[in-house]
Design a binder for this molecule. Structure first.
Ligand code: NAD
Length: 383
């Protein structure tokens, strides 16, 4: 990914900025991306990036991550990787949206203020709907409700005309993905007695532990919050292991549900699982790690397919008819079938499952399959 800073933002953005003196926006040129913006509002303490990767199929939709990145470069890399992943996720899910993501460089525990969130919302608003934000790691549905004070281009709100927290929907999709892996490996989607290791016990991983418990799985759990790990391990009769050990535990299925890039040169030799199927975005450090997993005989459920439940749910609130959870429920349930089809395609072509999923996404982008034909409707913001 090569980046260079442009001298001036485009004229449309400049004229919008005249109305909002405190926001400073600098356009950054990133190869392969439609638009990447660095946004600063010193008064509000905002230092953020909005990355729009591709809007071929519809406006870019993607969460807002709040994280204390060590450097601006780290934040830019994360925003761009996540935005690109959203393009593929949206394409495979056929939601009629494109790929985008935003990151706010801040500690969500200390720095998150209503003023900061409103300033971020003002920046999103300047983009006129080409980017739609939502909660992500470090932000919540309640935070998005504050962002809404400055823009309507936000989904997944704690609001009666919105879809709320996407995590339960993501979790169900991940469970269905884990069942698809069991079906592929063992000929049955039963998880009875299967050893499943979960890294990260947050909104998705914590819920996943509960669902898997009821499916009869033997759980191995880990979170950097050891009190949380021990509490959930006691509740679900699971083994608790420290974060440094979870990727190397012997198990049937490893479910990464924390941060990205967990499959890399350092962790690959430690893996003792038969499959990887979890919620985290960008689990592979690079595409080459998908080939290495294939060579090791480890089945990989591509992250941007298995974790699409939350996207499918938030996208539904922008339908003409308004939000109903039954449409996304049906689609999320069938992520199981999409994943089984991807494993078959990969086997037929002698390629990794990641490559097979990527080819499917790119084919749909190339031929505009699933392109949005009507504008999204923001029911939480009647005009
Ligand atoms: P979360 O912030 O609620 O939970 C993440 C958990 O991981 C936290 O409990 C944290 O303490 C733990 N963690 C962080 N680093 C760890 C480490 N090294 N080892 C063990 N635990 C660690 O986030 P979430 O909403 O549960 O999302 C989890 C992942 O799934 C993220 O990568 C997110 O981008 C992705 N995802 C989430 C959704 C959703 O609907 N929430 C949708 C798609 C993808």
């Amino acid at each position: 990914m090569s980046t260079k800073t442009l001298k001036s933002p485009d004229t449309e953005l400049l004229s919008a900025l005249v109305k909002n003196q405190s926001l400073q926006i600098k356009e950054i040129s990133v190869e392969g991306f439609e638009r990447v913006l660095h946004i600063v509002d010193k008064k509000a303490g905002l230092n953020a990036i909005i990355a729009i990767h591709n809007t071929q199929l519809g406006p870019a939709l993607g969460g807002t991550r709040i994280y204390p990145y060590a450097s601006f470069e780290d934040a830019l890399t994360d925003a761009c990787r996540l935005a690109e992943g959203m393009t593929y996720k949206s394409s495979v899910s056929e939601v009629g949206f494109g790929g985008g993501k935003s990151v706010i460089i801040a500690d969500p525990k200390k720095d998150k203020t209503p003023e900061l969130l409103r300033a971020f919302g003002a920046a999103v608003d300047l983009l006129g709907g080409s980017y739609i934000c939502a909660e992500d790691a470090g932000s919540t549905a309640a935070d998005m409700h504050i962002v809404r004070q400055s823009t309507k281009y936000v989904v997944g709100l704690a609001h009666s005309k919105s879809s709320g927290d996407p995590s339960p929907f993501t979790t169900w999709g991940v469970l269905r993905g884990i069942q698809s892996v069991a079906k592929r490996l063992y000929g049955s989607d039963s998880l009875e007695g299967k050893r499943i290791a979960i890294q990260g016990l947050g909104s998705v991983g914590g819920r996943l532990a509960e669902l898997l418990f009821w499916q009869g799985a033997q759980l191995i759990l880990s979170d950097i919050d050891t009190a949380k790990t021990e509490a959930l391990a006691a509740r679900y009769n699971a083994k608790a292991v420290p974060p440094s050990e979870i990727l190397g535990v012997e198990c049937d299925i490893l479910a990464p549900c924390a941060m990205g890039a967990v499959i890399n040169d350092t962790t690959l030799p430690k893996l003792r699982c038969k499959a990887i199927a979890g919620a985290a975005n960008n689990q592979l450090l690079s595409n080459i790690h998908a080939d290495r997993l294939k060579a090791m005989g480890i089945l990989y459920a591509p992250d941007f397919v298995i974790n699409a439940g939350g996207l499918l749910n938030v996208a539904a609130e922008l339908d003409d008819d308004g939000y109903s959870p039954t449409g996304p429920r049906y689609k999320i349930h069938h992520l199981y079938d999409t994943l089984l089809a991807i494993y078959d395609i990969a086997e037929r072509n002698g390629e990794s499952t990641h490559k097979a999923a990527l080819s499917l996404a790119e084919y749909r982008l190339k031929y505009s399959i699933g392109k949005r034909t009507f504008p999204p409707v923001f029911h939480h913001n009647p005009e």
